[in-house]
Ligand binder design. Structure first.
Ligand SMILES: [Zn+2]
Length: 52
């Protein structure tokens, strides 16, 4: 748990932070990129990991 890193997922279109997530940086070294719904763009966009 202590190795888990709190990350934010920001919309790649409007750059707003829409989701919070955790990842274990020992296990996941690649940047997280997820397709999620953005309520500001009103569509599914790519959400990229943003470090705190
Ligand atoms: Zn957006």
């Amino acid at each position: 748990m202590s190795q888990d890193q709190l990350i934010r997922l920001a919309c790649s279109k409007c750059t707003r932070i829409n989701y919070w997530s955790r990842k274990n940086k020992k296990l996941v070294t690649a940047k997280i990129e997820l397709k999620k719904y953005c309520k500001w763009c009103k569509m599914h966009t790519k959400h990229k990991e943003v470090k705190k």
